[in-house]
Design a protein around this ligand. Structure first.
Ligand code: C2O
Length: 575
């Protein structure tokens, strides 16, 4: 009960919502109504910040970095009015929120909406139907997510306890990557070069790089702890292009939730989160009084990719510790410790009884990986800086996803032809040894086909997706995120997927929304397609998304109002 900050924000948002009661009553007939309604005002604004000896303008919400926390309770309705006061295009995605019958408010640009242009407003409205835990929101256009992100904390309904001993306090810990360059320009330049993305200038914890970086001695996040007490840390990886290990010196972490679903308690020395993943861990301050480092460092499973190798450090500081004392360093695994990643994954098991589909109606086999396309530029020096002087791309089943110029949802709903096709293949166009011998000779077989291809799923169908990593350029762990759903991870392994030997867990698989497909391996997920709409499925490493590592699933309407996507909102942005 001691989380004063959370309590304060709950009160704040409640008074805001009562202020809006008259307005809300008019909305009350809309399904799903939600229990109480919480209103937030998000202004997209630039902010001048000085970090790493450099002053620059970053894009933020309400001039906060990280942005404001959205607090709510399970089954609440959330209304966020977003006003864009910057020259950049903006959208906000509510990562992990399943958007039941509210696909219009999901947020990925050119998938469910056109961007909110400079000076424009769009109001997002959705209900947290049967959802609670740690989520986050982030911009879903270009690479704006680098600074436009914040936590969503959804408490259980009043009187419903956590399935573990109540922590003394809760803290939000957001992992990020900071760039000194303008990220919108950076994405453009990287794509134009045909080559790889440069590493971030710093990792951050709640926006702070910590003492290992230049000019950052005072730019450090800190949690003050009382000896003997247990803390709940809500970990969120909002980074752009890197997966990260997280550890606290001399302290154990007990995972109790992953992607906003409870897990069986699993105790470990460190965790790994890919961008798009969230995790709640319990930490008990049971060590001698002192100052301990809380650190994040890189997990890089690919070959020949440059990355930031300086860890971001925050402090986990005991009451009574000498303030200027040296902090004990946290032990992070080495950057390529695949076993450490697997150990965490093995530990994720659903706490509550699961509802895994046992029979499957639609089974898709989807390769995920990078490509090198032939240089088509007259100025190869400038535009073909990829492997073997080609241009880098990425794909699912060798289709490199191209975003259309209007939103796919709008085109689908209004039957406007010519913006997408419905022929995303259910299996790769060519089968080969996907992972062994990687990196393969790139020019031979890694050309990808461009397309805006979707896969249409019948309402209620039981779907299985097998993701298979490829090594055509380099094998790599890809954090694949599906919008509109959580899914059961029924299996994963290394090598090529083999149905004869694959072991599936139908008993207590984790129910998550972003799966790190193991480097040079595969992962199998299952879900029931019971939420109509247009849902993006993509790698949450932004550089891979920019290169085309994604596809779209269209789930058709079922029968009746409760299985049908409502009309679009009147203020839906136009392209
Ligand atoms: Cu958090 Cu489409 O992403």
């Amino acid at each position: 009960m001691a989380n004063i900050a959370a309590f304060f924000f709950l009160c704040l948002s409640m008074s805001m919502s009562s202020y809006l009661q008259v307005f809300l009553q008019a909305m009350a007939h809309e399904w799903p109504g939600g229990r109480s309604t919480r209103f937030y005002d998000f202004k997209v604004q630039t902010l001048r910040v000085t970090k790493l000896c450099n002053t620059k303008e970053i894009v933020t919400i309400n001039k906060m970095f990280p942005g404001p926390v959205v607090y709510a309770q399970e089954d609440d309705r959330i209304i966020v009015k977003v006003t864009n006061e910057t020259p950049y295009n903006a959208t906000i995605h509510w990562h992990g929120v399943r958007q039941k019958l509210s696909c219009w408010f999901d947020g990925p640009s050119y998938i469910t909406q056109c961007p909110i242009q400079a000076g424009q407003t769009f109001t997002y409205e959705f209900t947290l139907v049967k959802q609670k835990g740690t989520f986050f929101w982030h911009a879903h256009v270009s690479w704006l997510r680098a600074t436009v992100y914040g936590a969503i904390v959804v408490y259980p309904q009043t009187g419903v306890p956590y399935p573990f001993k109540y922590p003394y306090q809760e803290h939000i810990v957001i992992l990020g990557e900071y760039w000194l360059r303008d990220v919108v320009q950076l994405e453009r330049q990287v794509l134009a070069s045909g080559g790889a993305a440069p590493p971030a200038d710093a990792f951050t914890i709640n926006g702070h790089p910590g003492p290992n970086y230049n000019c950052s001695r005072n730019d450090i996040y800190k949690i003050d702890v009382v000896p003997g007490k247990t803390y709940l840390l809500r970990l969120i990886n909002a980074g752009l292009n890197m997966e990260n290990f997280f550890a606290i010196a001399n302290h154990k972490l007990t995972i109790v939730e992953a992607d906003a679903e409870y897990t069986k308690p699993f105790t470990t020395d460190r965790v790994m989160l890919g961008p798009g993943q969230t995790m709640n861990v319990l930490v008990t301050a049971n060590q001698p009084i002192g100052k301990y480092s809380m650190a994040i460092g890189p997990y890089m499973s690919a070959q020949n990719v440059a990355f930031q190798n300086i860890s971001a450090v925050a402090y986990f500081q005991y009451l009574g510790a000498v303030p200027n004392s040296i902090s004990l360093p946290a032990k992070l695994p080495s950057f390529n410790d695949n076993l450490a990643v697997q150990t965490v994954m093995d530990g994720l098991r659903s706490l509550n009884p699961v509802n895994v589909p046992k029979e499957i109606d639609t089974s898709l086999f989807v390769t995920v990986g990078l490509n090198v396309n032939k240089c088509r530029s007259k100025t190869p020096q400038q535009n073909c800086q990829g492997t073997n002087n080609g241009t880098m791309a990425a794909s699912m089943n060798n289709i490199s996803f191209v975003k259309p110029t209007i939103s796919i949802l709008e085109a689908y709903y209004k039957k406007i032809g010519g913006h997408f096709t419905e022929d995303f293949p259910g299996a790769p166009l060519r089968f080969y040894d996907f992972v062994n011998g990687a990196p393969n000779n790139a020019p031979n077989n890694t050309q990808a086909i461009n397309g805006t291809r979707t896969k249409v799923l019948e309402f209620g169908s039981r779907v299985q997706l097998i993701f298979q990593d490829t090594g055509t350029v380099t094998t790599e762990n890809h954090p694949i995120h599906l919008h509109g759903y959580s899914f059961y991870v029924v299996g994963y392994g290394t090598g090529n997927f083999n149905p004869q030997t694959a072991n599936f867990n139908l008993v207590d698989p984790p129910y998550i929304n972003t799966i790190g497909v193991p480097v040079g391996g595969w992962a199998a997920i299952r879900f029931v397609a019971d939420n109509p709409g247009v849902w993006f499925m993509h790698c949450h490493l932004d550089i891979h998304q920019s290169w085309g590592l994604g596809a779209v699933l269209i789930v058709e309407n079922g029968k009746g109002e409760m299985e049908t996507l409502p009309h679009p909102p009147a203020d839906l942005p136009r392209c």
